[in-house]
Write a protein that binds this ligand. Structure first.
Ligand code: 5GP
Length: 229
């Protein structure tokens, strides 16, 4: 039986990587798509593990060969999902997770309808700020950049099928697994479920919109306080 492709987005630095890692530790049969990017590797990154780090020329060559499921420009660099890895793993029966930003996610939604689209978010903007600034003041500039980016991304949050509220890593990993493997059971009370064994899953359009709106207001206040709005 062939596996599924699943899109997972979320604010940068807010913990979605940790949730995905926990999901893969707890449950069998998931693989994370290794993206291609033109940005430079960070100290702790290895070529072929977190990303395939390539030149602009190599990236554009693969675009020319229609070798990407999706690709996008983000923070002055290209990011894209190579097709071959996704196709091979789905054929082998594995569920392939695409951890990608919102522009690429919308391309997948348009090109491959029916792909589950999941947005993982902290409970509110204040918690996002706490997670981004909890690591020391030399990262203030990075935090400011990410908060500004979040302000743009939150607009597309209601377009996702599932909003998953990340208040506890384990619970969130369990909810993610349910959304992907038992979607008919994942939401049972009219669009929002606070299951005792899982993070909150929201699918109701009005509730997603209200969450995004409240988050946006919170972000605005934070951006103003930090003098970047
Ligand atoms: P970072 O440079 O911090 O690793 O990633 C920046 C953003 O690019 C993150 O939001 C990440 O999810 C996103 N990203 C990573 N790989 C891809 C990809 O293949 N396609 C798209 N569209 N976004 C990606």
């Amino acid at each position: 039986m062939s596996g599924k492709m699943v899109v997972i987005s979320g604010f940068s630095g807010a913990g979605k990587g940790t949730v995905i890692k926990r999901l893969r530790e707890k449950y069998e049969g998931y693989v994370l798509s290794v993206s291609m990017t033109t940005r430079k590797p960070r100290d702790y990154e290895t070529n072929g593990v977190e990303y395939h780090f390539v030149s602009n020329e190599a990236f554009e060559e693969l675009i020319g060969q229609d070798g990407f499921m999706e690709h996008a420009g983000y923070a002055d660099h290209y990011y894209g999902t190579p097709k071959a890895f996704v196709v091979e793993n789905m054929r082998a029966g594995r569920d392939v997770l695409l951890e990608i930003e919102v522009q690429g996610a919308m391309q997948i939604r348009d090109k491959y309808p029916g792909t589950p689209m999941i947005f993982i978010s902290p409970p509110d903007a204040e918690e996002l700020e706490r997670r981004l600034t909890g690591r020391g003041s030399e990262e203030e500039e990075t935090a400011n950049k990410r908060l500004r980016q979040a302000d743009r991304e939150v607009e597309l949050l209601p377009d996702y099928d599932y909003l998953l509220i990340n208040d506890d890593v384990d619970a969130c990993a369990d909810s993610l697994n349910r959304i992907i493997r038992m979607p008919e059971e994942a939401v049972s009370d009219g669009g929002s479920q606070k299951a005792s064994e899982g993070g909150e899953i929201v699918t109701d359009a009005g509730k997603k919109k209200a969450f995004a709106e409240a988050f946006r207001m919170g972000l605005r206040g934070i951006l103003q306080r930090r003098g970047i709005l």
